[in-house]
Ligand binder design. Structure first.
Ligand SMILES: Cc1cc2nc3c(=O)[nH]c(=O)nc-3n(C[C@H](O)[C@H](O)[C@H](O)COP(=O)(O)O)c2cc1C
Length: 201
């Protein structure tokens, strides 16, 4: 499979960066190919400009799309699977990744209207996978309802809602504890997901 990874963390010393490397090791193990958009490294502009806002809100799909956005859309179109890797910040993804959705999910690419109504989603990827690192344990995030809300927004709206055929979220939790065993267990999960991506999700 060809995998497009969208990665958002500013530090190469972070646990999330180790997750990225473990996941890639898993992909390599199973001979999958991949491409990464490292949003901080690319200095991806995450805020919408007025032109972009007007194109979306005015439903003017004939207006031009910025080149950096087109490149991201091409990477999605070339891929069998879209994988998002990021730390959970305030119960969501970092703002940089949120801005990637705002800008890359343009009218005519991720959504459409027909006769004033929402029409079928546009882009097609077979699988979408979210791997996010969290300070809280998964059990705690499930108990307080945050895990469910993260799944609803990320999977239902931002992946299944725009054309992914299947989508799954894996939360690598408990990282605030700085526990070596928790860290190693989570990295093993990331490796296994990469290795088995054709059967997981
Ligand atoms: C700004 C910020 C907000 C955070 N918000 C949450 C949160 O809402 N829920 C949570 O479980 N962890 C939260 N954390 C903890 C991170 O998810 C945790 O540090 C990360 O999973 C692993 O650390 P890393 O930065 O070394 O990759 C937050 C961390 C930061 C820096």
């Amino acid at each position: 499979m060809h995998i497009f990874i969208v990665y958002a963390h500013p530090s190469e010393e972070s646990f999330t960066h180790s997750v990225l490397l473990a996941f890639i090791n898993g992909l390599n193990y199973s001979n999958h190919t991949y491409e990464i958009s490292d949003l901080y490294k690319m200095n991806f502009r995450s805020d919408m400009e007025l032109d972009e806002y007007e194109r979306e809100s005015g439903r003017e799909s004939s207006r031009t799309i910025p080149e950096d956005v087109k490149l991201e859309q091409e990477k999605i179109n070339k891929s069998d699977a879209l994988v998002l890797i990021y730390p959970v910040w305030w119960s969501d993804c970092p703002a940089k990744l949120k801005g990637w959705f705002d800008r890359v999910y343009t009218l005519g690419f991720a959504y459409a209207y027909e006769n004033g109504k929402h029409a079928e989603a546009c882009f097609k990827v077979k699988k979408a996978l979210v791997i996010c690192a969290a300070g809280h344990t998964v059990e705690y995030l499930e108990e307080i309802g945050i895990a469910e809300s993260m799944r609803t927004v990320m999977l239902r709206d931002r992946l299944l809602g725009v054309g992914a055929e299947q989508a799954e979220m894996v939360i690598l939790g408990g990282m605030v504890s700085k526990d070596y065993e928790v860290r190693e267990r989570n990295l093993k999960i990331a490796f296994d997901i990469g290795m088995n991506i054709n059967i997981s999700v």
